[in-house]
Write a protein that binds this ligand. Structure first.
Ligand code: ADP
Ligand code: MG
Length: 683
């Protein structure tokens, strides 16, 4: 099939310009839609023009003069049977003065405005009125373009594209009809050449019936490729993990708490995946504190009982460390051999760890990014768990899988965890090739966290409050402001806060933890905090994720206005982990930007991670939520997940049906939109 621009005999220079617009194939021209339209299909009487609404008029020039004050301009008065208008040109050639001389008839197209001399058009388009020249038969498209590429060149190229037989239907009519969708060629034709009297508004705000088809198609292409990726996974090989049901039950029963029914449900989903011969790709989402770690631990244990290794990767050393301590405490009594691995380990220790991993003298490896370095060779990795998965880029998530399958025939099962829930719209679109399990309840006895917004002028009152909490036997965090511009400054601020709190509270023990500390120092501080030897922990945002000290019942977040919603929610989630009432104080500095006000209001009003994620999506757009900026997840050109949410489930059904019954059409459809099948989220 001829689908390259060169096949339309477009010259190389123009092709380069088209490429800049993202147009590389003939079909891309067809999918390059106008951003506005001009209505030259009818002539409006001067007396019937509406101010601000572009229109075409036709009349005789009754006077034409060049003025020099207040600046040089050509003023042309035009009259038709109904009235008079002035056309004003600020830039003009001498030839235009002769051309636009009185007595001649012209058509002018422009936007009528109220000027000094009554109604006028500034720089209207014009051409000689020729009664024989027909009016445009469709609205005139105006295309997005780049410097050097004229409207005329784009229009010509699109006309050629329309003649080149590439508009075949890719969705079976039996599926289009019930949805009242137009045919593809009909829809694109309307968008490029709308018939007279089309509603320009609905064309521009994409509510026109022709748009509905295009948006449907774009969502469908994305959904089909996601579903194909999903099924493609079923053809790959992963170890069938049989585990040991009885021993697993024993482990669960001796825990100091009973799993919530949501935890039991997601665990069953995961274990059932692990029994399959193809890799699990499951996203486990659950609000902060919902108890994901124990679920991951049980999944690892199942894997180890099945004769394989398991790995758990966390985004920060503090979090990895915490997992290590906690999980080792759970699993050591069972004789499970755990291995710690991070970048900051001494070379000798790291080499030793690598040997252990390679020779399967360890079962469970817990660490940071160090797990995905080239030197790491897993003997038999059966399950890879990625905690706080949104903190990793797509490549990093992918690396763990590639890493592990390099040396064997099997790919590991993957469990990704997040407390930043993916809104339904996203999980149905971008994450369509993952399975999702959701823990939708918190363990019993948790009390909602009380959130307070306090002006930082009242800092000393807050300190007083912290003291009361700590003197009553509980503990508190003081989170120092995020200073994006300077890490040094961030650290200084943390030290100042630490000194201040210490001076203010000589009877309490204050600790400081920050990202620049080495591992042992950090570990010592965190250990002391777990043991309640430290009452107030001053911290930079390194404690954002995961840290779990149930006795801490108060958190102060300094300069809360600088932080994003997800981060605030994560930080707030450091408290409310036990049965005691917890409080989160958001200290803010005035004046507040509108965005900061909006965020603080939202976090104040809601404790629900799902609701916050939804709001975050509205404020920030899906890109940032997905970390798309680094990872290059393609966005939609025309569809918008907020606006077209209602279409998603329909699209999903059609995608599944097409893959089943009209496989070739489904592939063609994806090709039309993406060029080829994309594998962008095989995370
Ligand atoms: P998150 O989902 O945010 O990672 P964690 O796994 O850190 O949450 O769990 C929060 C706290 O709740 C931990 O102290 C954990 O041991 C505890 N926990 C987990 N499940 C339960 C449960 N079913 N009942 C009581 N406490 C639980
Ligand atoms: Mg966690």
């Amino acid at each position: 099939m001829k689908d390259q621009l060169i096949d339309l005999k477009i010259n190389e220079k123009a092709i380069k310009l088209f490429n800049k617009l993202g147009i590389t194939r003939v079909i891309d021209l067809v999918l390059h839609f106008p951003y506005r339209y001009i209505d030259e299909t009818r002539i409006t009487l001067i007396s019937e023009m509406a101010i601000g609404e572009e229109c075409l008029i036709e009349g005789e020039i009754i006077s034409s003069e060049v003025l020099y004050r207040p600046r040089k301009m050509l003023l042309v008065k035009v009259k038709d049977s109904s009235g008079l208008i002035t056309c004003r040109f600020l830039h003009f050639y001498a030839s235009q003065i002769t051309q636009l001389s009185s007595g001649k008839s012209f058509r002018f197209f422009g936007e009528p405005k109220l000027g000094y001399n009554g109604i006028e058009m500034v720089h209207p388009k014009y051409h000689v009125a020729n009664p024989l020249k027909e009016l445009a038969s469709t609205l005139t498209p105006v295309y997005p373009t780049v410097a050097g590429l004229t409207q005329h060149a784009i229009k010509k190229a699109i006309e050629l594209a329309f003649k080149s037989n590439i508009l075949e239907e890719t969705v079976p009519s039996s599926m289009l009809q019930p949805l009242h969708l137009l045919g593809f060629s009909e829809a694109v034709k309307i968008l490029h050449y709308p018939p007279p009297n089309s509603s320009i508004d609905s064309l521009l705000d994409k509510t026109h019936i022709a748009w509905k088809r295009i948006i449907f198609d774009e969502l469908l292409a994305q959904q089909i490729s996601a579903r194909i990726n999903y099924h493609q996974r079923e053809t790959r090989q992963a170890p069938v993990l049989k585990g040991n049901k009885q021993q697993l039950q024993q482990f669960i029963q001796q825990l100091t708490f009973k799993l919530t029914s949501a935890q039991e449900r997601v665990l069953a989903e995961i274990i059932s995946d692990l029994h399959r011969p193809y890799p699990m790709h499951r996203l486990l989402q659950g609000d902060v504190g919902s108890g994901k770690t124990i679920i991951a631990t049980i999944a690892c244990l199942h894997t180890i009982y099945g004769g394989y290794q398991a790995a758990l990767m966390a985004p920060t050393e503090i979090l990895a460390e915490q997992h290590f301590i906690k999980i080792e405490r759970w699993l050591k009594p069972l004789g499970i051999r755990t291995q710690w691995l991070t970048g900051s380990m001494k070379k000798k220790d790291k080499d030793g760890a690598h040997q252990n991993i390679k020779h399967h003298t360890v079962d469970l490896i817990i660490g940071t990014h160090a797990l995905i370095q080239n030197e790491v060779e897993f003997a038999k990795l059966g399950l890879a768990v990625i905690d706080e998965q949104h903190r990793f880029g797509v490549e990093q998530r992918l690396a763990l899988r590639v890493q592990a399958s390099q040396h064997g025939q099997f790919e590991p099962h993957m469990l990704m965890m997040t407390a930043t829930p993916i809104p339904r719209t996203l999980s149905m679109s971008y994450f369509a090739d993952l399975d999702v399990s959701t823990i939708n309840e918190l363990p019993q006895g948790r009390q909602p966290i009380i959130t307070k917004l306090i002006d930082s002028k009242r800092r000393d009152e807050v300190i007083q409050r912290i003291r009361e909490v700590c003197l009553a036997g509980h503990q508190a965090y003081w989170v120092c402001p995020l200073i994006e511009e300077s890490e040094t400054l961030e650290l200084e601020t943390a030290r100042d806060t630490f000194n201040y709190l210490q001076q203010y509270s000589p009877d309490l023990k204050v600790g400081l933890v920050h990202g620049k500390m080495d591992r042992l120092e950090k570990q010592a501080i965190m250990d002391a905090f777990y043991k309640n030897d430290i009452h107030i922990l001053v911290a930079t945002t390194v404690i954002e994720v995961g840290v779990d000290v149930p006795n801490a019942t108060m958190i102060v977040i300094d300069h809360a206005e600088r932080m994003g919603l997800a981060q605030l929610h994560q930080l707030r989630g450091r408290v409310g982990r036990g049965s005691q009432l917890s409080i989160c104080i958001l200290l803010y500095q005035t004046p507040l930007s509108d965005l900061a006000k909006q965020r603080l209001k939202i976090i104040y009003e809601s404790n629900d991670g799902f609701e916050l994620a939804r709001q975050d999506l509205l404020i920030r757009g899906p890109g940032e939520l997905l970390g798309a900026k680094q990872s290059g997840v393609p966005g939609f050109r025309y569809a918008s997940l907020d606006q077209h949410e209602d279409l998603l489930s329909t699209v999903q059904n059609v995608a599944d049906d097409m893959i089943q019954e009209f496989h070739l059409m489904a592939l063609n459809h994806v090709t039309r939109w993406h060029g080829q099948l994309t594998d962008y989220l095989k995370a």
